[in-house]
Ligand binder design. Structure first.
Ligand code: NDP
Ligand code: MG
Length: 381
């Protein structure tokens, strides 16, 4: 029986993680749950799964948890609550599914405490990839991807000699604006950008899919997870979201991973790794796949992809700046104070103004992150 802590349990990945646990009650059990501010949803989850601890970053939820949870359920609040949940003695695997680089300290703390980490929050690896990977190498815990493309890559790479890998390919749906012209993209509304064709996800990642920054972040995520050089990582637009990843080998053979666009499958794979068991999830039938298409991404219309490549090649604190600038730019787009195309412009401005520090410490990463947030918050347009 694996004992799980879920950071970000009330979000899209968090809720799907709990559905996987519900389907595999003799393999998985929930020990602790953490969320940002949604006290009521957190309390319902803690009651259903009999969690021993529930944690909220926002202290305002205290009354709700006090009213809804039995006295013996441990409750913690405040900004360090994620780390406390992630390092509990009674936890074997920590699912990190909070929205953004806010999950960085808790991820590192969990790995240093010897926990396995099932990571959905790609922003953590983008901001602090080198530090997170070395924490995983030094500790006893494993770093396992939940992101579907990286779960696909892991499955294609298993048992292979790294020297035989020519290239990692991740697929992109292309998002809701795949066929829009640059001129049309000047007037994208929040509703247009949130209208994702194949995946149902939280707001931030859905906007990242519309700008294609999601794929840029994922290329950097692949670089750190699999130790593959930036020039050997690429993406291809595949609107059906059936092929999630491909590995091209030195002899020219390409191995692909396929599945329905349903995050519960990569979540289950990470939670039970390396075992496979049937969890009753919807299955992809090869006879019903139909036509699969692939096209190159357009980095002129989707400038975020080019910016992410630049940050990945530069390394150091550049990806932390890219990520933090993007997090705030997306927030401002959702709040109506930046237009869609200004997201990339704001990130480019932050990157141009930043001098990257090579092999940064965690403090240097967090300082670069704060600087970039401030830069985009203050940007007048
Ligand atoms: P959601 O916005 O749906 O959920 C975010 C979760 O994080 C919620 O539980 C929220 O709590 C919590 N949270 C927000 N702010 C804080 C904070 N300051 N401290 C602690 N917890 C906080 O996001 P998703 O589930 O869509 O995405 C989560 C991560 O997974 C992202 O990094 C995303 O890129 C990645 N991912 C998501 C996929 C998907 O299909 N959704 C696919 C692949 C990767 P509350 O509800 O209380 O606000
Ligand atoms: Mg993905």
């Amino acid at each position: 029986m694996k004992r799980i802590a879920v950071l970000g349990s009330t979000g899209s990945i968090g809720r799907q993680t709990l559905d996987v646990v519900r389907r595999l009650p003799d393999r998985l059990t929930v020990t602790a749950l953490a969320a940002g501010s949604n006290a009521e949803a957190l309390a319902h989850q803690a009651l259903e799964f009999g969690a021993l601890a529930a944690s909220l970053v926002d202290e305002h939820g205290r009354h709700t948890l006090d009213a809804m949870l039995p006295r013996q359920t441990e409750r913690t609040y405040g900004s360090d609550s994620l780390e406390r949940i992630a390092t509990r003695d009674d936890v074997d695997i920590v699912v990190v599914a909070v929205a953004g680089a806010i999950g960085t300290r808790a991820t590192i703390a969990a790995l240093c405490a010897g926990k396995d980490v099932a990571l959905a929050t790609k922003e953590v690896l983008v901001a602090a990839g080198e530090i997170v990977v070395s924490a995983a190498m030094m500790g006893e815990g494993r770093l396992l991807p939940i992101d579907s493309e990286h779960s696909g890559l892991l499955q294609c790479l298993e048992g292979r000699d790294p020297a035989t890998v020519e290239k990692l390919w991740i697929t992109a749906s292309g998002g809701p604006l795949r066929t829009w012209t640059l001129d049309q993209m000047k007037s994208v509304t929040v509703a247009d950008a949130l209208n994702h064709p194949t995946w149902s996800m939280g707001n931030k990642i859905t906007i990242d899919s519309a700008t294609m920054m999601n794929k840029g972040l994922e290329m950097i995520e692949a670089h750190w997870l699999f130790g593959v050089a930036p020039e050997k990582i690429d993406c291809v637009v595949h609107p059906q979201s059936i092929v999630h990843a491909m590995v091209e080998f030195v002899d020219g053979s390409i191995v692909a991973q396929l599945g329905l666009p349903d995050m519960r499958l990569p979540i289950e794979y990470a939670l039970l790794y390396p075992e496979r068991v049937p969890a009753g999830l919807p299955r992809l039938s090869p006879t019903q796949i139909g036509t699969l298409t692939f096209e190159p991404p357009d980095e002129e219309r989707f400038e975020c992809l080019a910016l992410a490549r630049r940050a990945m090649t530069c390394g150091g604190t550049a990806p932390a700046v890219l990520n933090a600038a993007n997090e705030v730019a997306v927030e401002r787009f959702l709040g109506g104070t930046l237009s869609f195309l200004q997201i990339a412009a704001a990130i480019k401005g932050a990157m141009d103004a930043h001098e990257s520090t090579p092999s940064p410490s965690l403090d240097q990463v967090l300082a670069a992150d704060s600087w970039a947030r401030e830069y985009v918050y203050r940007l007048k347009v």
